[in-house]
Design a protein around this ligand. Structure first.
Ligand code: FBP
Length: 345
């Protein structure tokens, strides 16, 4: 029988650790303890009294669920006891300084996709860890390449940790019998040739011409320019989409669109796009805004949004290629050039 190392034993290897790696591991383990607690609360759902609105709004104007508040408290409490100089949470306006002498900064979405909880659909915690720079706050405004680790916990049929560390992506499953995460997939690689896309197609009329053209080409299937039939998925939960892509490939798009507030997409750079991009790249996939590699982008504000295209490297390259056209993204999106009849309208 295969011996599956527990998270702690796995992180201890190799035995020679730099101080930064020791600190990074301490942060990951602290988050894992909080995630185990959170997964128990989520699994109990209405029995734990955590389904429903809290009455508050987060810095982005999203209505907070009770579970968002619970998740934020659990994760930030865990980080307080870890070597973390500052934490930026989706639920709080500005980074919070914890221990100014500690070597790491963390950006976290404590519970991504929480609106899906009532529908019993997978949701998750996304985190990004980076070494503290010369001053704490500017650390968050460095590009995504500054991250030394990232990951997400997925609370679904199984509770899973996808971890990007040491230039590799491993996957751990929570064993409910022992209450421990154990290694269940080592060195994940994203399949390069899966014809499957994920996009919220109800926004088609708001997309740029480039995105519409790409999706129309996919929908045209074997007779279209892409020469193959595509499958489509949309879960509406970033962690679940990222996990599916890690398991079987494909591409996810949450592009910029013409709606007010969506000109830079919907997803947040620091605690959604950066960590998911690190996971994708270290697993051999790619992540782009359509025009730039996500990991080379720096945030200008803590809750900055960014268009996100991620998944199989070839598909991300194809979407980037479509963005190379000089057409403006939106000004002419209602012009005849983009008025080609699509399958969604
Ligand atoms: P939150 O951070 O507000 O939970 O939003 C993120 C998210 O739920 C992603 O997980 C998902 O990809 C996206 O929003 C779905 O957005 P939409 O409802 O516009 O399709």
């Amino acid at each position: 029988m295969e011996i599956r190392p527990a998270l702690h034993a796995h992180l201890e290897w190799p035995t020679q650790h730099s101080p930064l790696r020791v600190a990074t591991v301490a942060v990951i383990e602290a988050l894992a303890v909080a995630a185990i607690e959170l997964s128990r609360i989520i699994a109990a759902g209405p029995l734990a009294g955590i389904v429903g609105e809290s009455g508050g709004v987060n810095p982005d104007g999203d209505r907070q669920k009770t579970i968002d508040i619970v998740a934020d408290r659990l994760m930030r409490d865990a980080l307080r006891a870890a070597p973390v100089a500052a934490v930026l949470s989706e639920e709080v306006e500005l980074p919070e300084t914890l221990d100014p002498d500690a070597p790491l900064c963390v950006a976290i979405d404590p519970l991504d996709g929480s609106a899906n909880l009532e529908n019993n659909i997978s949701i998750g915690t996304i985190f990004s860890i980076r070494p503290k720079g010369n001053d704490i706050i500017s650390t968050f405004f460095e590009p995504g390449t500054a991250q030394c680790a990232a990951g997400c916990f997925i609370y679904g049929p199984q509770t899973v940790l996808v971890l990007a560390l040491d230039q590799r992506v491993d996957c751990f499953t929570l064993d409910p019998r022992t209450g421990e995460f154990v290694l269940t997939a080592r060195d994940l690689r994203v399949a390069q040739d899966t014809p499957e896309f994920a996009i919220n197609a109800s926004n088609r009329r708001h997309w740029s011409g480039q995105v519409r053209n790409y999706i129309d080409e996919c929908l045209a299937g074997v007779n279209g320019e892409r020469g193959q039939d595509f499958n489509m998925r949309w879960i509406g939960s970033l962690v679940a989409e990222a996990y599916r892509i890690l398991m079987r490939g494909g591409v996810f798009l949450y592009p910029a669109d013409a709606r007010q507030g969506y000109r830079e997409g919907r997803l947040r750079l620091l605690y959604e796009a950066h960590p998911i991009a690190l996971i994708m790249e270290w697993a051999g996939g790619a992540a782009s805004s359509g025009r730039s590699r996500i990991l080379e982008l720096s945030a200008r504000t803590p809750h900055q949004r960014v268009p996100l295209i991620m998944g199989s490297a070839r598909a991300v390259r194809d979407v980037d290629a479509i963005h190379l056209t000089v057409e403006p993204l939106f000004e002419s999106s209602d012009a005849p050039l983009f008025a080609r009849r699509g399958l969604f309208r």
